[in-house]
Ligand binder design. Sequence first.
Ligand code: CA
Length: 659
Amino acid sequence: MLRTFFSVLAMSVAVVAFAGKDATVKSANGDIAVTVSEDNGVISYSVTNKGVTFIEKSALGLVMDYADCSKGLSLGEVTYSQKSEEYYVPTIKQRKANYNANCMNVEVKGNFKKSVRGKEVEEEVVLFNLEWSVSNTDVAFRYNIQRPNSDQLLAARVLEEKTEFVIATGSTTFLCPQMIPMTGFAGTAPSYETGYTPDEEMGKNGWGDGYVFPCLFRNADKGWLLISETGTNGSYCGCHMKNVNCNKYAIAFPNDRECNGNGKPEPGVTLPYATPWRTITLGETLKPIAETTVAWDLVKPVYEASQEYKYGRGSWSWIIGMDPSCNYDEQKRYVDFSAEMGYESLLIDALWDVQIGRDRIKEIVDYANSKGVGIFLWYNSNGYWNHAPQSPRLCMDRSLVRRAEMKWLHEIGVRGLKIDFFGGDKQLSMQLYEDILADANDFGLEIIFHGCTLPRGWERMYPNFVAAEAVRASENLHFGQYDCDIEAFCATIHPFVRNSVGSMDFGGSTLNKYWSADNKRGNVRRTTDAFALATAVLFQSPVQHFAMAPNNLTDAPAEAIEYMKRVNTVWDEVRFIDGYPGKYVVLARRAGDKWTIVGINAEKENKKVNVDLSGFNLGDNVTVYCDDVKTGALVKKSLKVKKNIAKLEMVCGGGFVIE
Ligand code: CA
């Protein structure tokens, strides 16, 4: 195994007890407590932080095809243990992560009917174990479904998950509605590309089909919680949250109409089977949520990296020039632009197969590689699951054609693929994601998914997985003025929601004033150049294709280009400083021993912040890229720091970078 994915794991000796009516596990610092209890045959759990309720009593259980495992239940043996692990994943917000958790395994028993010599008999068996893992900031749990009849059952279908999240009364929501299947462009929904309503009251159900993970709630003035799931692979479906009523939410399986109606929403499993983890990150502030590594703490690499993958910055013509720009001359011009910026890659988007051709794409790859620029090529994932027509298509949907294509891509020296237009969250689609990643690793290719689901621990599970879109990303800034008008608003939400649990391929940081190739017409950018610089750091993905264009070398401020030539995309650590989703955010990232602190503002008024620099080892004189508070123009200056406090002011849609 390569050193970058190395991990040290320690499990302590287990302590066994019997539950009776309830069982409790607390975090090491004693703040978080999870209590599992049984009432009238129903198992439930609740979560508190420093004695304050975050999750009220919420039911647990499964409906399997062989038994209803949600009622008539009792608690059995309870086992306590501790887990401590240090591991490395170069593609997430924190390259070296430490996970320390108190664990509790609770047996859940119920009656199981089976046939013995032609007679039906009922016996009490362990139907599933509830596995809990509680760190100082995160609660995680999963069902470990047991084989109730060792003579017969090997396979089963999970018909329903009864897992509930009853959010503390008075909480408000920051949720992203699940899209209605087969809507959107050419039937490509759902693809996690809706917007947020901040501080919305509980009790709604999105557009009728609930909300995608992760789900952020504000527990009134008592704190915050982020609910998500991780460890999902081809053996299960991707889940989301539906509102049952008022403050009660529950796990939902995919909509039957997803993937053009192909495949079942309910996953099929082999027994015994451990489900994906459900995670709850919580605390009094947003700090645990911005800094959590829970999405990766509970998963393991499922294969070894076939090579040491390279990450970094890149350019991308399509986001400004759209389809016509995917031609030979323009892509060579962008190779030169990436090389001039010192960037590691170039992404060539849809239609390259017809507008450039397979022979001449090899010429561009050779030309780029000779300049130290790696090439990412776009592919359509479909397939029979939607109507997206862009080519190349029918190259990634089946293993035979995919492996032949990837062999050729490897031979001509392509670095990675951006694969678009997936079909939803059914087990069928999850298998496709996993199969693409596994095949690509055999041919040394990095993978970025677009028009896709949320990655659920995939940076650690699949070492060649780079990032996913699963967000209303930069393309919408090109498509509509409204998205430009709310660009800063959305950007202040992502660090606490989507980007908190997975690398996010946003493709932003444009320095054009207009979203068009001539930079004279089209949608107007409402954000400042300092905002563009700040979001290059704020948005985390190990590979970033910025929405910059060759014209920016002459029409953007020299200081902006100078910074974007140096910007980093791989980080050792993240630290939350200040912020509120929908309003503003100030956050620090560390690469090696160097901290970069960035802020952005979405509020209508100018925002003044006093950034406490103690603990960031930046000295008394820092370099600042910020807004001119009257014009919004980019200013680069040296700032003298008094008593470790840097005083900064951001305009609406503005930002800053401190080095
Ligand atoms: Ca998209």
